[in-house]
Design a protein around this ligand. Sequence first.
Ligand code: SF4
Length: 373
Amino acid sequence: MSLNPHRPWRNITRRPSRQIWVGKVPVGGDAPISVQTMTNTITSDVTATLGQVLRAADVGADIVRVSVPDEDATRALKEICRESPVPIVADIHFHYKRAIEAAEAGAACLRINPGNIGDESRVREVIKAAKDHGCSMRIGVNAGSLEKHLLDKYGEPCPEAMLESGLDHIKILQDNDFHEFKISVKASDVFLAAAAYTALAEATDAPIHLGITEAGGLMAGTVKSAVGLGNLLWAGIGDTIRVSLSADPVEEVKVGYEILKSLGLRTRGVQIISCPSCARQGFDVIKTVDALEKRLEHIKTPMSLSIIGCVVNGPGEALMTDIGFTGGGAGSGMVYLAGKQSHRLSNEQMIDEIVRMVEDRAAQIAAEEQAAE
Ligand code: SF4
């Protein structure tokens, strides 16, 4: 991300990391921070799993992870990988054969901890399969499943134990001359996750996959993820993220994007700036924003839109957004384009007209981009 010389207080300096590839998606280095999610269907149900992958990709998922607990799953993976518009990560725990099958089936990345799959010969077989099929790997340390010897050594899951686990797994891959990996050290406790990730960021230049694991339901998990991931991203740590929610994977992707958007790390679709509304509002702000969020979901072009109830904050917010609407006046409000007053709109026409203006502007930006190519 380029630094902003005029507003240095907005700058985030990302931690330098190596770049790897998850299929066609670069992770680390100067690549945009990618957004991931994970399916929660039975993987062998190809229709259901692929349906979920497609819906997640449609709202912006760059990468989707799929569990492969058994042979039925790795068989289904072949078709899922072939049909998916985004790279698929195969999630493997202890069965090294599933990892080899997943690599053969076209997975772009294996989520696997090499220290958990048995002896050196098995590790070598998995690494060979990954190399042969162009797979990267993700080491996924989790506070809830740390190795017994580390729990014995440290007494409980702690940042030091998580870091040691991660570095042990890294060493196995490096000793086998495998360097296409990223790493995560997830915990459901934000303090533990933040401390572990901060230590990891110091200790390795591998790209980092961020996540607060088992964060909870849509509301609580969103807040927890925003606090935990937001803190790390703000400090420049993190090359790819997954928000873990007990909710539809589509929601995980949307929340992931919102976290990145709020820090200016990525843009996608319409970012709506709206006031909470009060007795001064010239129209029903809450209902309007709710309707606009739904009707503008299909817009992928980055754009900002301010929907403000009255002139107290409306003109000021409109200065910083592409399109603005400020309430006030008898049943009508003012439209702003690029910060300048444009025309008045009645409250009744407002939603339809704003949707039309956003769609027109998105088409115009797309045409300009095409002409510049
Ligand atoms: S912008 Fe106006 S309507 Fe919105 S909260 Fe502030 S004073 Fe109230």
